[in-house]
Design a protein around this ligand. Structure first.
Ligand code: SPV
Ligand code: MG
Length: 293
């Protein structure tokens, strides 16, 4: 079970390496590269629909994308569930649906619905601490499998509310039953996160998303007792760069001759989508039938 796998990773002594994905193919590539789990990223899924990361897509659309990723891989999927799609009752239905569909863990953030991506300019509105505690408690009460993981994400540093507020929220969310705390930062170094970790005196695992402080290594993270790193959007961003380059070259050159050697072969595409496996199965069953006859 993928839930057991994720829980075992959380209980292990190793840092958990997670990467963002948005469809079956990107999830499969992540697994093949050696990541421990997939982050079903709200940013990636919404961008792949070419809509803003601002609760424009529904829960069902995000869940559907996560189900596709889950079916394409054998590693756990951790779903970015934004702020839980509304109130406590939205969270309750959400947990039921995600768990029922074999998702290993979810993350909810303490922003008000509709959420906004953490890196967009402008003010971020956060939920009251007690309202968000209720969501965590409701989520924990709703899960059936004890291994299902619920991560509470703190946006106080993103919203400019300061370290004290972030720590107060962390304590409150741990008290409400969160399995892990994601502390988000938009600083260009680790200092703020480091201060948070030093002052946070609980054993609850810490999760980070080092989008704006890319220089930190997994070794440094382990030394800081960080339990999970989510590289939230690097698949999406690398794919955009690759496609933009190739598409513009084709228009400029009036031929695909010059980009051919730099793009993936059709055989690799067939391999990734299971075409060879499909052929093998066809042959096997054809042979079986001939033998029976
Ligand atoms: C996402 O990947 O959608 C996230 C991470 O929530 S961030 O974009 O950093 O907010
Ligand atoms: Mg998100």
């Amino acid at each position: 079970m993928k839930t057991q796998k994720l829980r075992a990773l959380l209980n292990s002594g190793e840092i958990i390496k997670v990467i963002g994905a948005h469809n079956g193919l990107s999830a499969k590539l992540a697994e093949q590269a050696g990541f421990d789990a997939i982050w079903a990223s709200g940013l990636e899924i919404s961008a792949s629909h070419a809509v803003p990361d601002a609760n424009i897509l529904t829960m069902t659309e995000n869940l559907q994308a996560a189900i596709v990723m889950n079916q394409a891989t054998s590693i756990p999927i951790i779903c970015d569930c934004d702020s839980g799609y509304g109130s406590v009752n939205n969270v309750i239905r959400m947990v039921k649906e995600y768990e029922r569909n074999g998702i290993a863990g979810i993350c909810i953030e303490d922003k008000r619905f509709p959420k906004l991506n953490s890196f967009i300019e402008g003010s971020q509105k956060l939920e009251d601490i007690s309202d968000f505690q209720q969501k965590i408690r409701a989520a924990k009460d709703t899960q059936v499998n004890p291994d299902f993981v619920i991560i509470a994400r703190i946006e106080a540093l993103i919203a400019g509310m300061g370290m004290e507020e972030a720590l107060k929220r962390a304590d409150a969310y741990v008290e409400a039953g969160a399995d892990a705390i994601l502390i988000h930062s938009k600083m260009d170094d680790i200092n703020e996160i480091q201060e948070f970790i030093t002052k946070f005196d609980k054993k609850t695992p810490i999760v980070i998303v080092p989008t704006t402080y890319p220089n930190i290594t997994t070794k440094e993270m382990s030394d800081l007792n960080i339990k999970m790193v989510i590289y939230a959007n690097h698949g999406l961003r690398s794919a955009i760069t690759a496609m933009e380059n190739v598409f513009s070259r084709i228009i400029e050159d009036g031929t695909t001759a010059y980009i051919e050697s730099s793009i993936t072969s059709m055989d690799r595409v067939f391999e990734l989508q299971g075409m060879f496996e499909m052929r093998e199965k066809e042959d096997r069953y054809k042979k079986n039938l001939l033998e029976i006859r």
